[in-house]
Design a protein around this ligand. Structure first.
Ligand SMILES: [Zn+2]
Length: 265
């Protein structure tokens, strides 16, 4: 809990300094305000920043890459993606939104049954995640975990926040929940492009050993570009000698599997 306290003390000291300095030098106040804002934005928004929340953005092993899919399950695109991954013999990691997993538990169960890894991507994917109250933050984490448990019968052990946003209390809450934060090393920005060629290039131009690649299997306008780009990307990465791995061990291998609960159909 030391870092959240340091964070809030820092904010308190800066705010008090701004108030005290304001009558003497407005330009100095403006400078401190801008520098502090940039620093706080870095702490809360940078996906690989380790200070507030320890996280992993790579996988171990020579010539290994991990495909990760956020924001699903989607009733149309996730089954198509699962078909594609099965055809290519690739296992991936799905960071599912709890609410959506409750809506489509059979898709989450299918992904798990086909050897993929299911992870917690919060309950509701609240866009202003870094401004949640501590109580709501804990709720988002716990309900996300619970929805995966209801779908698959185990508590996930990996977590990723919406858009990779941080929160001052995230690290201690994740520790309490037995979750490890997994970030990424390649952001494909598939949320912003409808071109499969652009998307494929963004992955293939950067791909290196240990990369965790961020993609989405649920997007407001559909994940067509990803579904179109992925077969070629998989083939090309294999040609370069890469192997596809999960972002972490599966629960059935790691000993955290719980008996499936009665609501699992
Ligand atoms: Zn997301």
């Amino acid at each position: 809990m030391a870092r959240p306290i340091i964070f809030f003390l820092f904010m308190l000291v800066i705010s008090a300094s701004l108030v005290l300095l304001y009558p003497f030098s407005r330009s100095l106040v403006a400078l401190i305000f801008c520098a502090t804002t940039l620093f706080v934005l870095y702490l809360l928004f940078h996906p690989r920043n380790q200070w507030l929340v320890p996280n992993r953005s790579r996988v171990p092993g020579a010539a290994c890459v991990a495909l990760t899919f956020d924001d699903g399950p989607d009733p149309v695109d996730t089954p198509k993606l699962l078909d594609l991954l099965r055809e290519k013999g690739v296992k991936a990691t799905f960071f599912v939104i709890g609410k959506r997993a409750e809506q489509y538990p059979e898709i989450v169960r299918r992904a798990w049954a086909e050897g993929h890894l299911i992870a917690n991507h919060t309950w509701s994917h609240y866009p202003l995640f870094c401004f949640l109250t501590p109580r709501r933050l804990r709720d988002e984490i716990e309900r996300g975990t619970e929805s995966v448990r209801r779908s698959c019968g185990f508590r996930p052990h990996l977590f990723r926040s919406p858009v990779g946003l941080r929160h001052p209390f995230l690290a201690p809450y994740l520790q309490d929940a037995g979750l490890e934060y997994v970030s990424w090393s390649i952001r494909t920005r598939d949320t912003l492009t409808a071109s499969s060629t652009v998307l494929a290039r963004r992955i293939l131009d950067k791909a290196a050993s240990g990369d965790i690649i961020l993609l989405h299997d649920h997007l407001p306008k559909g994940a067509h570009a990803m579904l179109e780009a992925l077969p070629g990307v998989i083939d090309e990465l294999r040609k370069r000698g890469f192997e596809f791995v999960l972002a972490g061990p599966r629960e059935d291998a790691g000993g955290t599997l719980e008996p499936a609960c009665e609501s699992v159909r």
